[in-house]
Design a protein around this ligand. Structure first.
Ligand code: HT7
Ligand code: ZN
Length: 876
C-alpha cells in the first residue's frame, strides 16, 4: 500500500452537489441505486479532459448510466479501488446500481448487520463500500435517501435529516424517504434499519424552535436511556450558552448498536452509538460509564457544529474537528461535574497513554503529513493532544477572544470543508496574536521536555526561573524546533503558604500567571519576592509537556498541602509517591530490603484526616500512580519491579493507616438511592479507594466489607469495585463464588459480561493466561464483537502488565494469535489491538526479542493496509 501525502492535496476534479440513494435491504444482497449530481470543480475548470474517478470497494456494479444513457463496457473501468469514466460532461448526473453483502461485512465499515439490524459506519472511508462516490470530506452534497426493507423484520427505517415520505410496497416491504437539507460529506451519511423501539423527548432551542429527540434501542434496553437523554439535553443547552451554537434540524436521533468499532459516530441528525457508550442503569453501569456516556453524547452532539457544519478539507485535518470537539466535551464535563477531578482524570490518562504514543514507533504530529490508512490515525495524539493544543489557544487568547474566534470560524466557514490554518487564523485575527510559532504544535510530533531550575536571591528579593526545552526525535523528525509553551505558575511563599505576587520585568502579573517559553532556554527574573518561594509550575497542566524540577520531598509535601491550584496539589502528591516508588524499584532490583518512605505515609495521613470538601478530588489524591504511568518514567521498563514496588507502597500505606482508611470507608457508606451526581460519585469513589487499600492487606475486616458490599448489590459501581477486589485478592475462595454469582445474574447482558471478562483478565495472579484462553471459549465471547475483544484481549494486553509481559512470551503469543485472526475479520480493531506489542523498544533485551518475534510472525500474514502500516512502523 502507498502512502497519501498532505502536500499532494488538490481539490477534486468533480464534486457532487446532490445525492439520491435508494437502498433495497437484504442481508446478503442489498441493492444500492445512486444518482449523483456531479459538476466540474471550479478550481479545476481549466484542465482538459479530466476523467471522473470515484472510490469504491467490495461493490458489484450492475448498471451505470450518464444523463440517462447506459455506458458500454469500454466506456468505464472498475477495479478494487473504484470506478473511472474517462470522458464525462462538465455537469451531469450519474446513475449506478451496485450490490453489497452486509452480512459478510465483519469489518464494520460501510453497511453491515449487527444483531439483525442494518447500520452504517462511513467515517473515514466506509461510504465507498456502499456506492461509487467521490468519498472525500471536501465533497459536500445534500442527500435524499430512500430505504426499502421488509416490514416485519425491519419496521424502523432511518437515515439523515427529516422523513418526507413513507409507504407500503409489494412483497411485504415498506419504504421511508429521508431528506437532509444540509450539505455534508459522505462520511456523515447514516442508515439504520431494524426492529427498534424509541424513547422520545423534546428540546426547545434558544430561538424557540422545538426539536424532537429520539433514542432508538432494542426493546430489552428501553429502560437504559434516561441518562443519555438527560445528557443530550444538557449538552444542547450548554452549547447554546457557551458557544452560541443552536441545533439546526427538527429531529435529532441516537441509535444504540452492539457491534461498533469505536464509541460513537456523529452522522448528521442520526448519531450511531456503540451501546456501551449510551446505555446505562444503576444496576448495570458504573459511575465511570455514566460519566463516559455523558461525555460521548456531548462529544457527538457538539460535532454538529465542530465537524458537520464546518468540516475537514482532507483527513490530515482530522484534529480540526476532533481536537476542538474533545476540548469542548471536556469543558462541558468539567462544567457539569467536578472540574478539578475532570482535569485530573484527563491529564492522568493523557500523561500515561498519549505520552507513550508520542514516545513509540507510531508517534505522529497532531496534523500528520502522510498516512497509509487513515483509520490508524484516530489516535490519542489527534484527539487528546489536539484538545490540549486548543486548550492552550483558549488560555493564550483568554475566553472572550477565544469565543470570538470560534464565532468567526463558524460563521465564516459554515457549510465548508476547511483546514487547521483556517481555525487558528480566526484565533489570530480576533486576538491580534502572532500564532506562527504556535503552529509548530500541529506539525511537530513528540512530547516536549522542560527542565526548570529556580534560584532565590535573599539579598535582592528576586527569584530567577530558568527553563530549557527540548523535544526528543520521533520517527521521520530527527530535529525539532522550540515550541511556544505557555506555563501557568505561581510562587508559593514557603513560610506563609500564600501565592506571592509575581512581578516580571517591572510588570505585575498577579499571583497566578502564564509565562511564555519560546526559546530553547529562557530566564525569568521575578522581583520583589518577599520570601523564599517554592515554585508551582505548569498549573492545570497548561501545556502537554513533561516538566522536570528537582523538588525535594519536603517541598512536594508542602505543595500537596498548600498549593492554591488543586491540580498541582494532586500532581505534587503523585511526584512524592513516584520518588518513594523509585526508591523501592531500585531496592527490588538490588535485592535489598524494601523500606517505606515515612514522608509519604505522613502526607497520606494528613490527607485522610483533614476534612476536604471535594471527596472526588481526595479520592484522586489517594490513588497511586498507575503501573503504566510509572513505566513511562523509566528508561527501560521493569514490569516486575514496578508491580512489586507499587504493591509494597499500597500495602505499607494500608498497614500504617488502616484505621484512617476504615473511618473513611465508613463515613462514606450511604443507603441513598443511586444518582449519578458529582457528590455521590465522589463519595463512592472515595469509599472504594479506601476499600482498595484495606483489601491490599486482606485482613478479616476488609474481606468482610468487600463481601458485604458485593452482596448488598446497591449499584454496579459498588458491586464492580467489590468484585474486582475479591477477584484480584490472593484468595481463590473469595474470587470464585463471587464471579460465579455475578455471571449467573448477568449472563444475558453483554455489557455487564464485558465487565466480568475485564475483571478476571486483569488479575495479577500468574494463572491468568489460562483464564484468558478459557474465557475466549465462553459463549458470551465473540471475536466479531469489538466490545468483547476490548474487554477481554484488550484489557489483558493493556492493563495486566505483569502477565502480558511474562518472560516466557506466552502473553505476546496470545495477542499475536488474536491479531492475526482479526486481521481477516476486522482490520481496524486488529491494528489497534496490536499496539502494546509495538512498544518493544521500551523493554529489556529478552522481552524485546520475544515481542519482535511475534511482530515478525504477524508480518508474514497477508496484511490489511491497517495492520501493514502499524507493523512496518514497529519493525523499522
Ligand atoms: N468521528 C468518529 C470517528 C470514527 C469512528 C466512529 C465509529 C467507528 C469507526 C470510526 N472511525 C472513526 C467518532 C468521534 O470522534 O466522534
Ligand atoms: Zn469526535
Amino acid at each position: 500500500p502507498k502512502p497519501t501525502h498532505l502536500s499532494d492535496y488538490r481539490p477534486p476534479a468533480y464534486r457532487a452537489t446532490h445525492t439520491e440513494l435508494t437502498f433495497d435491504l437484504d442481508s446478503h444482497a442489498t441493492r444500492v441505486k445512486a444518482r449523483l449530481h456531479l459538476e466540474r470543480h471550479p478550481e479545476r475548470a481549466q484542465e482538459d479532459d479530466l476523467p471522473l474517478e470515484l472510490k469504491g470497494a467490495k461493490l458489484e456494479l450492475s448498471s451505470i448510466a450518464i444523463d440517462g444513457q447506459a455506458l458500454e463496457p469500454g466506456e468505464y473501468q472498475v477495479d478494487d479501488k473504484g470506478l473511472t469514466v474517462p470522458k464525462v460532461p462538465t455537469r451531469f448526473h450519474l446513475d449506478t446500481e451496485v450490490v453489497i453483502n452486509p452480512q459478510a461485512n465483519t469489518a464494520l465499515e460501510g453497511l453491515y448487520q449487527s444483531n439483525g439490524m442494518f447500520c452504517t459506519q462511513c467515517e473515514a472511508q466506509g461510504f465507498r463500500r456502499i456506492t461509487f462516490y467521490p468519498d472525500r470530506p471536501d465533497v459536500m452534497a445534500t442527500f435524499s435517501t430512500t430505504v426499502v426493507g421488509d416490514k416485519a423484520s425491519l419496521p424502523i427505517l432511518l437515515s439523515n435529516g427529516n422523513p418526507v415520505e413513507r409507504g407500503e410496497l409489494p412483497g411485504g416491504k415498506h419504504f421511508v424517504t429521508w431528506e437532509d437539507p444540509f450539505s455534508k460529506p459522505s462520511y456523515l451519511f447514516a442508515l439504520v434499519a431494524g426492529d427498534l423501539e424509541k424513547v422520545e423527548d423534546h428540546f426547545t432551542t434558544a430561538s424557540g424552535r422545538d426539536v424532537t429527540l429520539q433514542i432508538w434501542v432494542e426493546k430489552q434496553n428501553l429502560g437504559k436511556t434516561d441518562h443519555a437523554m438527560a445528557s443530550l439535553k444538557r449538552a444542547m443547552r450548554w452549547d447554546e450558552e457557551t458557544y452560541g451554537r443552536e441545533y439546526d434540524l427538527d429531529l435529532f436521533m441516537i441509535v444504540a448498536v452492539d457491534d461498533f468499532n469505536m464509541g460513537a459516530m456523529e452522522n448528521k441528525g442520526l448519531n450511531i452509538f456503540n451501546s456501551a457508550a449510551v446505555l446505562t442503569h444503576p444496576q448495570t453501569a458504573t459511575d465511570a460509564t455514566f460519566q463516559r456516556v455523558e461525555g460521548v453524547v456531548a462529544h457527538e452532539y457538539f460535532h454538529n457544529w465542530s465537524g458537520n457544519r464546518v468540516t475537514c478539507r482532507d483527513w490530515f485535518q482530522l484534529s480540526l474537528k476532533e481536537g476542538f470537539t474533545v476540548f469542548r466535551d471536556q469543558s462541558f464535563s468539567a462544567d457539569v461535574n467536578s472540574a478539578p477531578v475532570k482535569r485530573i482524570e484527563d491529564v492522568s490518562f493523557f500523561r500515561t497513554a498519549q505520552f507513550a504514543e508520542d514516545a513509540g514507533p507510531t508517534a505522529h504530529p497532531v496534523r500528520p503529513d502522510h498516512y497509509i490508512e487513515i483509520g490508524n490515525f484516530y489516535t490519542l495524539t489527534i484527539y487528546e493532544k489536539g484538545a490540549e493544543v486548543v486548550r492552550m489557544l483558549r488560555h493564550l487568547l483568554g475566553w472572550e477572544a477565544f469565543r470570538q474566534g470560534s464565532d468567526l470560524y463558524f460563521s465564516r466557514f459554515d457549510g465548508q470543508a476547511v483546514t487547521i490554518e483556517d481555525f487558528v487564523g480566526c484565533m489570530a485575527e480576533v486576538s491580534g496574536l502572532d500564532l506562527g510559532q504556535f503552529m509548530r504544535w500541529y506539525s511537530q510530533a513528540g512530547t516536549p521536555e522542560v527542565d526548570a531550575h529556580g534560584e532565590y536571591d535573599y539579598a535582592n528579593a528576586t527569584y530567577r526561573l530558568t527553563l530549557r526545552q527540548r523535544t526528543p526525535a520521533t520517527p521521520g523528525q530527527p530535529h525539532k524546533l522550540p515550541l511556544h509553551i505557555p506555563i501557568r505558575m505561581g510562587l508559593v511563599g514557603t513560610k506563609s503558604g500564600e501565592d506571592l505576587t509575581l512581578t516580571l520585568e517591572g510588570e505585575t502579573l498577579g499571583r497566578d500567571a502564564v509565562i511564555h517559553l519560546r526559546e530553547e532556554e529562557q530566564s525569568f527574573l521575578f522581583t520583589e519576592v518577599a520570601e523564599a518561594p517554592t515554585p508551582s509550575l505548569l498549573r492545570g497542566f497548561s501545556a502537554p509537556v513533561k516538566l522536570y524540577y528537582p523538588y525535594e520531598r519536603n517541598e512536594l509535601a508542602f505543595l500537596l498541602a498548600e498549593d492554591s491550584d488543586g491540580f498541582n496539589r494532586w500532581d505534587a502528591g503523585q511526584r512524592l509517591a513516584m520518588l518513594a516508588i523509585d526508591d523501592l524499584i531500585a531496592a527490588h532490583r538490588n535485592g535489598v530490603e524494601k523500606v517505606m518512605d515515612v514522608r509519604l505515609v505522613d502526607a497520606f495521613r494528613s490527607l485522610l484526616t483533614t476534612s476536604m470538601k471535594d471527596k472526588a478530588v481526595l479520592a484522586q489524591m489517594l490513588v497511586l500512580p498507575s503501573e503504566a504511568y510509572i513505566a513511562e518514567q523509566q528508561p527501560v521498563v521493569d514490569v516486575d519491579a514496578i508491580h512489586a514496588a507499587r504493591t509494597f507502597v499500597k500495602q505499607s500505606l494500608a498497614l500504617a493507616l488502616r484505621d484512617e482508611f476504615l473511618a473513611i470507608y465508613e463515613a462514606n457508606t450511604s443507603d441513598a438511592p443511586y444518582a449519578p451526581e458529582p457528590e455521590q460519585i465522589g463519595e463512592r469513589s472515595l469509599k472504594n479507594v479506601a476499600l482498595g487499600y484495606l483489601m491490599a492487606i486482606e485482613d478479616e475486616k476488609a474481606v468482610e466489607l468487600a463481601e458485604r458490599q458485593f452482596e448488598a448489590k446497591h449499584n454496579m459501581t459498588d458491586v464492580r469495585a467489590a468484585l474486582t477486589l475479591l477477584t484480584h485478592s490472593s484468595r481463590q475462595d473469595l474470587a470464585d463464588p463471587a464471579l460465579k454469582a455475578f455471571a449467573q445474574k448477568w449472563a444475558s447482558d453483554p455489557l455487564v459480561m464485558d465487565q466480568w471478562f475485564t475483571i478476571q483478565v486483569t488479575r495479577p495472579q500468574p494463572d491468568v493466561l489460562d483464564r484468558v484462553k478459557f474465557l475466549m471459549e465462553h459463549p458470551a465471547f465473540s471475536l466479531k464483537n469489538p466490545n468483547r475483544v476490548r474487554a477481554l484481549i484488550g484489557a489483558f494486553a493493556g492493563q495486566n502488565r505483569v502477565n502480558f509481559h511474562r518472560l516466557d512470551g506466552e502473553g505476546y503469543k496470545l495477542l499475536a494469535d488474536v491479531v492475526i485472526e482479526l486481521n481477516r475479520l476486522n482490520p481496524e480493531i486488529a491494528a489497534r489491538l496490536v499496539i502494546p506489542l509495538t512498544r518493544w523498544k521500551r523493554f529489556d533485551d529478552t522481552r524485546q526479542g520475544l515481542m519482535k518475534a511475534e511482530l515478525e510472525r504477524i508480518r508474514q500474514e497477508d496484511l490489511s493496509p491497517n495492520l501493514y502500516e502499524i507493523i512496518e512502523k514497529a519493525l523499522n
